[in-house]
Design a protein around this ligand. Sequence first.
Ligand code: ZN
Length: 274
Amino acid sequence: MAPGTVAVGEMAYLWEQRVRNNSYCGCGSKWTNCSFWKSILGDLPSPDFQKERSPFGAFFIDLVRKGCSSDNQHYNHFLKQIESIYLAIHDQTGCSVIIDSSKKPFFGLAVSRTQVSVTFVHLVRDSRGCAFSWKKAKARVELGKNAFMPFMPQFPAHRSALAWVWNNLQAEILRRRCQNIVLRYEDLVENPTSEVNKILNQVGLPSISPDQNGIFHIPTSHGIWGNPDRWSSRNAIKVTKDERWISELSKPDFIVSTLISAPLLKWYGYPLLP
Ligand SMILES: [Zn+2]
């Protein structure tokens, strides 16, 4: 982790009651027992996430309109709440850069409407690789078998491809609203140090480097939610390439994913035939 940064995981999930009540913080505590988040949220005036559920209709209107903020009172209250949490994290950690890995462009847009200075990192992966990944069963081992979501959701290839297109279209709109960096997964895994340092330098932070084995050593984070892989790489991350989809994705899934996502695949520089 670069000095001056704090990672908070997928903060958009703070507004998902089921996630808050059932998930584990990156530090290993049940989220509701984590001292870091108790401290952050304890300073805020009655944060009531249940009543202030993220108003996605207003998000959408805000996403497509130009420049001006929404006149939806509920939405504006939501923006104030986001801003307060970001400021509390900054005040309590002293970190100038908060790494929020929420994967919802809608949420990124909301943050960009606050006084927080936002740099949006748009991470893109080949849609066929994503389709392969979303078909795999992945247990949320920390939750146990009886949890409300014991596994990561799995999707058929056509649904993954449609979601890939929808999310990237939203991201393209968000990119026009704030400072941004486009990063391809394939470039990241090929040269992680160089690609990570490009991002750090763009936000004014010094470069970092892994140890002699290519491992990045990071402090324990208080990340919300996230891929279960986070438990196997809590304090040491080695970025490795995963190209299993090229040989293991079925032909029908490859064809349907390619047909649905072809225009955007070309836009991001991916060959339609690997
Ligand atoms: Zn924690």
